[in-house]
Design a protein around this ligand. Structure first.
Ligand code: NAI
Length: 335
């Protein structure tokens, strides 16, 4: 029976992974700490490690894993910027991911964040609970008739764009690999990045983090945006230079920000730090803006998403055991 060491595991992981179809054919070991080169020794005896977005699977960590006898890394997420694939290949380690557990979960969360921010639902909810039924300061704006930009028209970006079309917004999109048939079907329009920055009232980031996309939104690109633009990022924190974003919020250039991810979220997001002192001054500043709404990387967190993550992860580990090809599109490195 293959043994799987699960890192950075939370109660919802323990409630889903061992209950996926055929999961009983595997032996599970759950760690609540993250996988790094310093903790990789704890994988000893496991055949596979199962990791999430904030585990740091760099070259040092991979070497330790290989020494400990691990042969497979199963990412229970879509993004894989935290894994050194080159080194994994060199060490002969197989790497899989879950490319699309629920694109709807992430797209719906992006829109939920925007609606809450725009209509000030989070603030209204706090007020009403204190029996403050005043409406002063709660004036919102409609999505109908606005121009919405979606950067990246992969699985999540497409659904996000389609939802915005449902609001009768004009939707402009950018992707180096456009899908013109899809765009025609949903009446969305591919434009160049410069046109998107200039014309959009709302911009949603739905692209992966790569060396090319790091700090895609920076001082220069933010300065080219329409004044008062609202930015949504449910993809990866490092797509935005947070210090530049704070300056743009202070100057009023950016009118609102809805984030499910943050540049330095590692070690902060997914943890209960209430009652502790927050040492991240940039995040602390961001949290003071009335027009910034942040969730801690929860866009994927639906029953449907967790079920699919568990199903695909277990299926791939069993395929690894029986030397069958991994599920389509899930393999990042194979022996
Ligand atoms: P996908 O791989 O289906 O689509 C990504 C799209 O981005 C592709 O069409 C690609 O051509 C495009 N792209 C690449 N470079 C670009 C650039 N420079 N400008 C514009 N477009 C570019 O990925 P999917 O499933 O849509 O996910 C997108 C991202 O969402 C993931 O990379 C991940 O970082 C993030 N994510 C966040 C979750 C959360 O819980 N907050 C959960 C799942 C994914």
């Amino acid at each position: 029976m293959l043994e799987v060491a699960v890192y950075d595991s939370k109660p919802y992981d323990r409630d889903s992974l061992p209950f996926a179809p055929n999961a009983k054919k595997l032996k599970w070991r759950f760690h609540d700490f993250r996988l790094t080169k310093d903790t990789a020794g704890t994988a000893h005896g496991a055949d596979c490690v199962c990791v999430f977005v904030n585990d740091r699977v760099d070259a040092g960590c991979l070497r330790q894993l290989s020494k400990a006898g691990v042969r497979m890394i199963a990412l229970r997420c879509a993004g894989f910027n935290n894994v050194d694939l080159e080194t994994a290949k060199k060490l002969g380690l197989s790497v899989t991911r879950v490319p699309a557990y629920s694109p709807h979960a992430v797209a719906e969360h992006a829109v939920a964040l925007l609606l809450s921010l725009n209509r000030k639902i989070h603030r209204a909810n706090n007020r009403v609970r204190e029996l403050n039924f005043s409406l002063t300061g709660l004036v919102g704006q409609e999505i109908y008739g606005k121009t919405v930009g979606v950067v990246g028209t992969g699985k999540i970006g497409k659904i996000t764009a389609q939802i915005f079309r449902g609001f009768d917004a004009k939707v402009l999109v950018y992707d180096p690999f456009p899908d013109l048939q899809w765009a025609k079907r949903y009446d969305v329009h591919y434009v160049k990045p410069a046109a998107m920055l200039k014309r959009c009232d709302i911009i949603s980031l739905n692209l992966p983090l790569t060396p090319q996309t790091k700090h895609l939104l920076n001082e220069k690109t933010l300065a080219r945006m329409k004044r008062g633009v609202i930015i949504i990022n449910t993809s990866r924190g490092k797509l935005i230079d947070t210090k530049a974003l704070i300056n743009a919020l202070k100057s009023g250039l950016v009118g609102g920000v809805a984030l499910d991810v943050y540049e330095e979220e590692e070690g902060i997001f997914f943890e209960d730090l209430s009652g502790r002192v927050l040492h991240d001054d940039v995040l602390s500043r961001l949290l003071t803006f009335p027009n910034v709404l942040i969730t801690a990387h929860q866009a994927f967190l639906t029953n449907e998403g967790l079920g699919e993550i568990a199903r695909v992860t277990v299926e791939n580990i069993l395929r690894f055991q029986s030397r069958k090809p991994f599920l389509d599109g899930t393999s990042l490195a194979a022996k």
